[in-house]
Design a protein around this ligand. Structure first.
Ligand SMILES: Nc1ncnc2c1ncn2[C@@H]1O[C@H](COP(=O)(O)OP(=O)(O)OP(=O)(O)O)[C@@H](O)[C@H]1O
Ligand SMILES: [Mg+2]
Length: 248
């Protein structure tokens, strides 16, 4: 479903991703962890072409991404936006639109889905994330956990093949984290292919098929949670997990 070959990305002289190579199968959930500044967000943003990259190749959900894509590849990037959804730490809902309108917007604009069809589907998605009764609520009328669940429903509305999550629970109070993690867990059980940047190690342990530890622009470790979290091999992973445990 995702193939990354020698992906490299710089900001000026700073190398942010260095020759990252990885494969993700359909239905896998990858938990991405690692020290601040290691390149986790940048990797996700490159996979969705929210940032261009300097070298390498990405094939994701049938879309080929290469360095230096621009207006001539508009159709390719449009296909990418439909097939690869992204959920951010800060929800990024449109404040002047209801939950329902946030969800129906992209299908209606990008895929020209009929308004009534889009609304029906949006109501189903809201029910799926436990918000069947809040279709008419504006973001400021919803809790953080509820807003994030709307954001997940919005991503699902495009019927994506891949979902990318960048610290989806980091901006939430503990009691709201569980409801959002519950939704992501359900998606994993349903076979969605997902990459989730998270600091919730128990969550990563429970849902991830594999854990990637990213540091200094490389995937320092890649394996099942039972191996990477419980018995890390690299110094960076050992240090990272032991620091997490100390902070509990
Ligand atoms: N627009 C930019 N200009 C210059 N440097 C940048 C830019 N965006 C990111 N960086 C740098 O790239 C590196 C990787 O950043 P990135 O946001 O991917 O890290 P991260 O692993 O997501 O960290 P965190 O856990 O803090 O979210 C950091 O050193 C960061 O300072
Ligand atoms: Mg980040």
């Amino acid at each position: 479903m995702i193939s990354v070959r020698r992906l490299s990305k710089r900001h000026g002289n700073l190398v942010v991703l260095r020759d990252v190579t990885a494969e993700v199968d359909k239905g896998e959930t990858i938990a991405i962890v690692g020290p601040s500044g290691g390149g986790k967000s940048t990797l996700l943003r490159c996979l969705n072409y929210l940032e261009h990259f300097d070298g390498g190749e990405v094939d994701i959900a049938g879309v080929k991404l290469r360095p230096g894509m621009g207006v001539r590849e508009r159709e390719t990037l449009r296909a990418l936006r439909v097939k690869v959804g992204m959920v951010f730490q800060q929800f990024n809902l449109f404040p002047h639109m209801t939950a329902l309108e946030n969800i129906t917007l992209a299908p209606m604009v990008v895929r020209k889905v009929d308004a009534s069809v889009a609304a029906k589907r949006a109501r189903n998605l809201l029910a799926r994330v436990g918000l069947g009764d809040r279709a008419g609520a504006y973001p400021h009328e919803l809790s953080g956990g509820q807003q994030q669940r709307v954001a997940i429903a919005r991503a699902l509305a495009q019927d994506p093949d891949v979902l990318l999550f960048d610290e989806p629970t980091s901006a939430l109070d503990p009691e709201m984290r569980d409801e959002v993690m519950g939704v992501i867990k359900d998606l994993a059980a349903g076979g969605m292919t997902m990459l989730v940047v998270t600091h919730e190690m128990q969550f990563a342990h429970d849902i991830a098929t594999r854990v990637w530890v990213i540091d200094h622009g490389v995937i320092a470790e890649d394996g099942p949670p039972s191996r990477v979290v419980d018995a890390p091999r690299s110094d960076v992973a050992k240090e990272f997990f032991s620091r997490l445990r100390r902070h509990r």
